[in-house]
Design a protein around this ligand. Structure first.
Ligand code: ADP
Ligand code: F6P
Length: 321
């Protein structure tokens, strides 16, 4: 293989730049030319390629976001759009594609692999940690740390005013980010799409804890399990003697300098992706499972569903007694 391409797709995640850096430098080290594709699959469709060299990925190891930019491009679900993407790759003499992104991006790469047997390798990167087949995605650890940092500050107000705070975190329909943020910030509980809980139970728990002397509370809400404002209003209507507030952490969770863990994961994944091309091992995602770097077929990735540990939720609740 002489020439490959790399793109970032889906929501930006801290560490995507480290992954681009690793792909580019590992490839160049192996004598493979690299083209960056700007704005994910839309750039592939619009033939927006840029030649990359070692210097073009200098000074980005500590930068959040993605220098290649990213955009949602649902049009890729159409075969006729993918045909144009494939034609563009062929015209550029590109023999492989590294797609850095979440589960949707993996589906896009798999579609190109299935339709044209085009050699693709996926690197999982998403703050949601919702990609089946890998224990960790690039950016998740950073997002957890960012959210915890902000919640530590909100805790000061929660304590001083004896308030209940509902804090909404991202994660789409998955609760992994919310659960890890809740455990790490010492929250009362987490409201998660995977383990529905009634409002009655939440309110009863808050009342019981107040009897035990807990005057302030932080509840983490996964965006896929409801809206912070609605939940705060319902709690407020029932807890008349407490002030209830809500905060939506939003895009602050997606930005910022990647943690050392996100950087290392990205660097190792990028290096492994190039090894996969050298070994003609395509149609796969590089992943980490039980601390081992593994390769998993994209057909498994796109058909699997990541589950969440109920034990961890129990751990959270035990810590909050
Ligand atoms: P993420 O990769 O973070 O999960 P998205 O779900 O938005 O983000 O997916 C990123 C991109 O991947 C989409 O904008 C689209 O271009 C492509 N994609 C997603 N799902 C599919 C699919 N089923 N078939 C083909 N392409 C897809
Ligand atoms: O997938 C990452 C993510 O940040 C989700 O947590 C969130 O639901 C979504 O992207 C937001 O997407 P957008 O950037 O299109 O608003």
């Amino acid at each position: 293989m002489k020439r490959i391409s790399v793109l970032t797709s889906g929501g930006d995640a801290p560490g995507m730049n480290c992954a681009i850096r690793s792909v580019v430098r590992s490839a160049i080290g192996a004598g493979i030319e690299v083209f960056g594709i700007q704005r994910g699959y839309r750039g592939l469709f619009e033939k927006d390629f840029i030649k990359m060299d070692s210097r073009s990925v200098g000074g980005i190891i500590n930068k959040g976001g993605t220098i290649l930019r990213t955009i949602r491009f649902p049009e890729l679900k159409e075969k006729k759009i993918r045909e144009i993407c494939y034609k563009n790759l062929q015209e550029m003499g590109i023999e492989g594609l590294v797609a850095i992104g979440g589960d949707g991006s993996a589906q896009g790469a798999y579609a190109l692999y299935k339709d044209f047997e085009f050699p693709v390798v996926v690197i999982p990167a998403s703050i949601d940690n919702d990609v089946f087949g890998t224990d960790w995605t690039i950016g998740f650890d950073t997002a957890v740390n960012t959210a915890v940092d902000i919640i530590d500050k909100i805790r000061d107000t929660a304590n001083s005013h004896e308030r209940v705070f509902i804090i909404e975190v991202m994660g789409r329909e998955h609760g992994a980010l919310a659960l890890d943020v809740a455990v790490s910030s010492g929250a009362e509980t987490a409201i998660l799409p995977e383990f529905p809980v009634s409002m009655e139970k939440i309110i009863k728990d808050l009342e019981e804890k107040k009897q035990k002397g807990k005057l302030s509370s932080i509840i983490i809400l996964a965006e896929g399990a409801g809206k912070a404002q609605d939940i705060a209003e319902k709690i407020q209507q029932n807890l008349l003697d407490r002030e209830v507030r809500y905060v939506i952490l939003g895009y602050s969770q997606r930005g910022g300098s990647p943690t050392a863990f996100s950087r290392q994961l990205a660097t190792i994944f990028g290096f492994e992706a190039i090894k996969m091309f050298q070994e003609s091992d395509y149609g796969k995602m590089v992943a980490i499972h039980q601390n081992q770097i593994i390769r998993i077929s994209l057909s498994e990735v796109v058909s699997g569903k990541k589950t969440l540990s109920e034990e961890k939720l129990k751990l959270l609740e035990t810590m909050a007694i």
